[in-house]
Design a protein around this ligand. Structure first.
Ligand SMILES: Nc1nc2c(c(=O)[nH]1)N[C@H]1C(S)=C(S)[C@@H](COP(=O)(O)O)O[C@H]1N2
Ligand SMILES: [Mo]
Length: 424
């Protein structure tokens, strides 16, 4: 526990003192709201207090209230030539905390989300093993299980921003990510049950959907922290996230997190499948490509204010907030600038951060009402610092797609509206 109440109280008092001293206008504004006279929302009995609400039998499984109907996945039409093999985006601009509800967590399918029941589910382990095995769902439930919070980021997240700032909103620039608490069985236990032969150095994992999305994973990672998951955020995986079983490959690119996991083959070498040759390799500045870039490097983004989450109040206290993550561990620091990188302030990290999971940061800023160029810069537990777009382009050029973890800039105007821009 890093956030003890004394520290919080002290800094809050200091912040309020600073507010009053620095902005007499703000104090006047706040007072005038209170002095406007009787507020019918307070003084009159409202409709919701004149009758009854819904009974406890009305909603066996709850959905968000209608006022939150804009907090939904969205696609980008020009990226969605075909909805069966496409992507949508998590509304990160409208969420807070770190856990992504399954209902609005982005989806990426190569051949659509399939309906596979627990009864019809089989998981095969074959290849270089002493005993090839097949598990039913009921078999899996009898292995010792664990729960872990992990982010899943598609390697293509922010991939449309290489050549210039393009999509107007953190949902679209950074929304190919979600963060859930997964419950499942360490893959190591299943591999041990089958007995990996000494020649086995890789696994090849595939899904039960038509695309199968086959990927090679080094055995070392498979035995380290890969999880054969069947629950997310406490409940069964949703169909679109791989019901009834998906693979979690913590900190590594989303493509390796095979959904509807049906087979794990132990192999001597990598298979070099489509998904790890023509796709999911990174174009470099000199025109060549590099492969096996599995880890998602440290990255962060300000989720509000941002183009879809403009400032809707006047000058004074402004909560700047966002997300930071690293496939190599935890986030040790996030710095925020409001002047395009000339000066930086260290943001407050919400406590209870997990390894290879999203971290939430806040900067309690006193906004003077003028325009800002806001950015966040993450530093992870290995000391790695999130690069600028210029630094990244020097290595990767502008024709790349995957693994864009550059610093993002929002231009916040004095109206409070924000736009996706670049600073050089
Ligand atoms: N079987 C299967 N697994 C798959 C895919 C797929 O199309 N089929 N898509 C992959 C890609 S590219 C990503 S980014 C993640 C997306 O997971 P999500 O849909 O739960 O967000 O699943 C991966 N696993
Ligand atoms: Mo992906």
């Amino acid at each position: 526990m890093t956030d003890e109440p004394e520290t919080k109280g002290t800094s809050r008092r200091a912040f309020l003192r600073g507010t009053a001293a620095a902005s007499a206008g703000l104090v006047a504004a706040a007072t005038s709201v209170r002095a406007e006279g009787a507020d019918p929302l307070i003084t009159e009995i409202q409709p919701w207090a004149q009758g009854f609400g819904d009974g406890v039998d009305a909603t066996p499984y709850g959905l968000p209230i209608k006022f939150e109907s804009d907090v939904v996945r969205r696609n980008v039409s020009w990226l969605t030539a075909d909805v069966i093999s496409s992507i949508n985006f998590t509304p990160i601009h409208a969420l807070d905390g770190t856990i992504t509800p399954q209902g609005c967590a982005f989806e990426r399918h190569h051949s659509g989300a399939i309906e596979l029941s627990k009864d019809d589910y089989r998981l095969m382990i074959n290849g270089l093993v002493d005993t090839p095995l097949v598990f039913t769902y009921a078999d899996l439930e009898r292995f010792p299980r664990e729960s872990h919070v992990y982010f899943l980021e598609c390697a293509a997240n922010t991939g449309m921003e290489w050549a210039g700032s393009q999509l107007n909103g953190s949902q679209f620039t950074h929304g190919m990510i979600h963060n859930m608490e997964y419950t499942g069985i360490p893959l190591r236990l299943l591999l041990e049950e089958a007995g990996v032969k000494p020649e086995g150095k890789w696994i090849f994992v595939e899904g039960a959907d038509a695309s199968s999305n086959g990927r090679s994973i080094p055995l070392e990672k498979a035995l380290d922290d890969c999880l054969v998951a069947f629950k997310a955020n406490g409940e069964a995986l949703r169909k679109e996230h791989g019901y009834p079983v998906r693979l979690c490959v913590p900190g590594w690119e989303g493509n390796m997190w095979v959904k509807w996991l049906r087979r794990v083959e132990v192999t001597e070498n990598a298979v070099e499948s489509r998904e790890e040759t023509s796709k999911y390799t990174d174009t470099l500045e000199n025109g060549t490509s590099r492969k096996w870039t599995w880890v998602m490097d440290a990255k962060s983004v300000i989720t509000a204010p941002s183009p879809q989450a403009p400032i809707t109040h006047g000058p004074g206290p402004l909560v700047i907030t966002g997300l930071a993550w690293s496939g190599r561990g935890t986030i040790s620091r996030v710095d925020v600038t409001v002047d395009g990188g000339k000066t930086w302030k260290t943001a407050r990290l919400a406590p209870h951060s997990h390894d290879k999971a999203l971290h939430r940061f806040y900067l309690d800023h006193l906004w003077d009402g003028s325009e800002m160029l806001i950015q966040s810069r993450a530093v992870d537990s290995t000391g790695y610092v999130q690069p600028t777009k210029t630094e990244l382009r020097q290595v990767r050029g502008v024709n790349s797609v995957y693994h864009n973890n550059c610093i993002q800039t929002w231009w916040v105007k004095s109206t409070g509206e924000a736009e996706n821009v670049e600073v050089s």
